[in-house]
Design a protein around this ligand. Sequence first.
Ligand code: APR
Length: 280
Amino acid sequence: MTGPEPAEAARLLAAARRPVVFTGAGMSAESGVPTFRDAQTGLWQRYDPQELATPAAFRADPALVWGWYEARRRGVRRALPNPGHRAVAAIQARLPETVVITQNVDDLHERGGVPAPVRLHGSLFAPRCSACARPAPLPSDLPPHDELEPHDELEPHGGPESRGEPEPHDGPLTPPACAGCGAPVRPGVVWFGEALPSAALDAAVEAAAGCDLLLTVGTSALVHPAAEIPLVAARLGAPVVQVNPVPTPLDAICAVNLRGPAGEVLPALVRAAWPDADVG
Ligand code: APR
């Protein structure tokens, strides 16, 4: 990373005490998790994600929507954190007041070393009842992370098929029934048209309002209210640094725009801010 923009971003990071790192789907792109607006693969190609991720779609066809989220969950389960996730963890290790806010529903920040990101859009790993909201167990096709053999975590794409096991069914899948009331279990994510979890949104706004640098990474900044988080920081005077290979609506409010993939730009930024940093 050379030139005046990266140097300015590194200077801002080195001077920060309470940064916020705000992430979107681009953060996990280099881990092989498709961004939300990317082309879909396999039999899901004929569906538009924006039409599957709604309460109306689940009411109309619970098996279609549950099957799609299960396919995404399995894809995420096989993915590994990339150097960008580890760079974010290195920032938090260096500056313990760092708040990581994510719109992603994967668990790659946690596996990359950020134990408790603020989750604005929920998680693929927290299903709940669609009627009474009782938490439901995860389908048991994959062991929880802490029961994995170490090599599973090291092997890229170390999922069941790479171990010679059959890939679970990919397609519409009847959701489990709630153990309490019998209604269909739904993914624990926020769908289009739904409110964000208020505790997470409050925590995100408070962190953005109190931060001294906001680093926005891999988001198209098109989906509100999440997209307002960087605006809150900018309005209250914090510099905003953006990491994205392409321009976004946030360009205009950013002190620095770093054009490039998160997995390359973030480790370089951390090393430029703190030459002794351990970014893996
Ligand atoms: N590094 C950084 N950014 C990248 C990379 C990369 N390697 N690859 C792609 N990007 C950028 C794209 O240029 C794009 O701006 O990531 C962004 C991804 O945008 P979206 O797919 O719109 O994802 P996001 O902004 O997270 O969407 C917000 O909308 O679809 C809903 O709930 C879903 O949380 C999601 C929300």
